[in-house]
Design a binder for this molecule. Structure first.
Ligand code: 1CP
Length: 343
């Protein structure tokens, strides 16, 4: 049967006059209904592990805007917690985790197959969503890429330059590589269960890929993503996979072919015309409007939406931002963008 869902059609390589659209962090603090549900849950992690409320916030932007895809509401840092790391969020600051400074930091972690009891509520969220989403909406599951998740597990928090992770890589490569392997293998198990629960596409977020230089990019950004995609596709033939090696720059060229990804998500530091000529030649791309335009709006938002649509109009494209929509975005600007895109 011919595929009817717009997002899946682009992922299968179809060029569409109006591209499918969704936004990273589309369930989030810019929406008043999200803030209300989050208050009901109590705190962010309680929201992630409450399947009914997590499904509710996933559905909110679909009801409001009719996006072509819904992304499971969860966080990349749930996996470290499932592996036994401590995790908490400091209001106004962000995540905190136990740290890893040497082999003794790995010792207490669980194995790749020991995460599923902890993740049961996330899989239940996926099952609820696959029942409740409109028939034209694609459900995206996701995980962080091993390098990006490792940067948080090593430093115990978000860092501007991923310094502690680079330092561990230099000082104790065996520990660092053991952590990357554990994350690669547990990410395969985690995403595979999301697919069994009903996720139709998976996306791998490597938010800090851009800080890996030279050989390190191939070893710790490209290789783990390639391993994850190869194993998922062997277990789930035809599963579409989106890779997001954020700020990869020149490394975006050839990334889809090298990793087996069906689509590469572009951040807004790359020029859309350059990406059309150098990256979209290999297949579907996603992106890549500057999230700031969702704050500032106006004619610039309309012009930029149309410019990006036009730049990618000769090949398969999924319209999105180059990074997550921010809490200060104006919900009305999303409607202005959709009107400019869909006409
Ligand atoms: O309500 C709140 O205050 C929490 C804000 C929030 C939200 C809405 C966090 C904390 N995570 C999320 C949800 C989330 N995170 C999703 C859900 C689906 C959607 O997109 O709507 C996804 C896909 C993520 C992925 C994620 N979490 C990434 C990768 C993408 C990216 O933004 O680069 C990363 C790096 C995280 C870690 C994280 N979680 C939350 C914060 C504030 C951070 C960044 C921490 C830091 O680096 O300082």
């Amino acid at each position: 049967m011919a595929e009817t869902k717009k997002l899946l059609r682009s992922l299968a390589g179809e060029t569409q006059a109006v591209p499918p659209v969704w936004l990273m962090r589309q369930a989030g603090r810019y929406l008043p209904e999200y803030r209300a549900t989050r208050a009901e849950a109590g705190d962010f992690l309680s929201l992630c592990y409450n399947s009914d409320l997590a499904a509710e916030v996933t559905l909110q932007p679909i009801r409001r805007y009719g996006f072509d895809a819904a992304i499971l509401f969860a966080d990349i840092l749930l996996l470290p917690q499932a592996l036994g790391a401590e995790l908490w969020f400091v209001t106004g600051e962000g995540p905190r985790l136990s740290t890893i400074t040497g082999p003794e930091g790995l010792a207490p972690l669980k194995g790749k197959d020991d995460i599923h009891d902890h993740m049961a509520p996330v899989y239940e969220t996926v099952r609820i969503l696959s029942r409740e989403l409109p028939s034209e909406t694609t459900l995206i599951g996701f995980a962080g890429a091993p390098w990006t998740v490792a940067t948080y597990m090593i430093a115990g928090r978000g860092t501007p330059d991923q310094g502690p992770a680079h330092a561990l890589k230099a000082a104790d490569r065996a520990t660092f590589e053991a952590l990357i392997d554990l994350l690669t293998e547990s990410t395969i198990e985690y995403l595979s269960k999301q697919v069994e629960a009903g996720a139709e596409v998976v996306k791998i977020f490597d938010s800090w890929a851009g800080s890996l230089k030279g050989d390190d990019f191939a070893r710790y950004a490209l290789e783990p993503t390639k391993r994850i995609i190869a194993e998922l596709k062997s277990r789930h033939p035809g599963l579409p996979c989106i890779a997001f090696p954020r700020e990869a720059g020149e490394h975006y060229i050839g990334f889809a072919k090298a990793t087996g990804a069906d689509c590469v998500a572009l951040d807004n530091s790359v020029d859309a015309d350059w990406a059309a000529a150098n990256v979209q030649v290999d297949g579907c791309v996603q992106g890549n409007m500057d999230p700031k335009l969702m704050v500032t709006g106006g004619q610039a938002l309309i012009d930029e939406t149309k410019r990006i649509k036009q730049a990618f109009s000769k090949g398969p494209h999924i319209f999105n931002l180059g990074h997550g929509i921010t809490p200060d975005a104006d919900p009305d600007n999303v409607n202005i963008m959709l009107e400019a895109l869909r006409g």
